[in-house]
Design a binder for this molecule. Structure first.
Ligand SMILES: [Zn+2]
Length: 60
């Protein structure tokens, strides 16, 4: 059984730290959430947001 924990997909730009939730929207900023697994981008890259937004949504 997979964990249902999800993380704000836009936390790098919006929050000081990852925001975790069980919902599919961030409770703080309303951005879509994503699985809490390691993300396919460098978390230190503050400009990754632009590239991620240019891509179609990835299937779960
Ligand atoms: Zn958020």
């Amino acid at each position: 059984m997979h964990s249902d924990i999800r993380r704000c997909s836009d936390w790098e730009a919006t929050h000081d730290r990852p925001v975790y939730t069980l919902g599919d929207r961030c409770p703080l900023c309303g951005a879509p959430t994503e699985n809490g697994a390691p993300a396919p981008f460098d978390p230190t890259d503050r400009y990754g947001e632009y590239r991620r937004r240019a891509r179609p949504d990835r299937p779960e």
